[in-house]
Design a binder for this molecule. Structure first.
Ligand SMILES: C[S@@+](CC[C@H](N)C(=O)[O-])C[C@H]1O[C@@H](n2cnc3c(N)ncnc32)[C@H](O)[C@@H]1O
Length: 207
């Protein structure tokens, strides 16, 4: 038990460092949006498990680039895995008419995201599910967005490749996917955005 706690602490410490290195230094001002009302819909699930990575929001101009790179349209269902305050699904709905789904383990973030969706007039176009992203059924997603950590991307990779249809774009803010070479790498100021497309045939080394 003690070993697990120590490991947990190490993961959180590493997450803070990595996200800091990735240039997400806007945590302080942007998490101020976390002080928005936490009232609103009650959660349908009890919190289970701890976040694998801390909350750091993607700057709006990077969100815009991620959605553009994924070529999002009104026909899409955009899943943001670890959705924080909901800004990615909300922008996908507002700007492109897509359906947005945010998956988030933290109940406070879920409430904040729902409130933000209401404020943006997008409550009918987006939904937020309180769940561990590693347990989420991804089969209806036509676009997936990520802002996690390199090791989480790699851990998630087989699930993405297994559950998403060939041709589905995946975009990640800041972090790559190990041996899976990205199709495009785009710089937005200090940030980097990666794009992959799920192939028809999954190479052995990526499974
Ligand atoms: C770096 S933030 C990114 C937030 C948002 N996607 C964005 O780009 O602005 C990562 C988010 O993932 C959530 N998270 C961490 N581990 C998770 C897990 N296993 N399942 C679901 N959400 C998780 C955290 O609570 C946090 O809100």
């Amino acid at each position: 038990m003690q070993l697990r706690q120590t490991m947990g602490l190490l993961v959180v410490t590493a997450s803070v460092s990595l996200l800091g290195i990735a240039g997400c230094t806007s945590q302080t001002d942007q998490t101020n949006s976390g002080s928005q009302t936490q009232q609103g819909e009650s959660n349908t699930q009890t919190p289970k498990g701890k976040p694998d990575v801390i909350y750091v929001p993607t700057p709006d101009k990077v969100v815009a680039e991620m959605l553009q790179l994924a070529n999002v349209s009104e026909d899409d269902v955009v899943y943001d895995l670890g959705s924080g305050d909901g800004r990615i699904p909300i922008m996908a709905a507002k700007r492109y008419g897509a359906r947005g789904v945010g998956v988030e383990i933290d109940s406070g973030r879920i409430q904040q995201a729902r409130e933000n969706a209401r404020e943006a007039g997008m409550a009918k176009s987006v939904k937020f599910i309180q769940q561990d992203l590693f347990k989420t059924d991804l089969s209806e997603a036509t676009v997936v967005t990520l802002y996690l950590l390199p090791e989480l991307n790699v851990k998630l990779r087989p699930k993405l490749l297994r559950e998403l249809e060939p041709g589905t774009p995946i975009v990640s803010h800041s972090f790559d996917m190990g041996e899976w070479e990205p199709e495009r790498v785009v710089k937005v100021g200090d940030s980097t955005v990666y794009l992959w497309t799920v192939p028809e045939k999954i190479p052995e080394h990526l499974r």
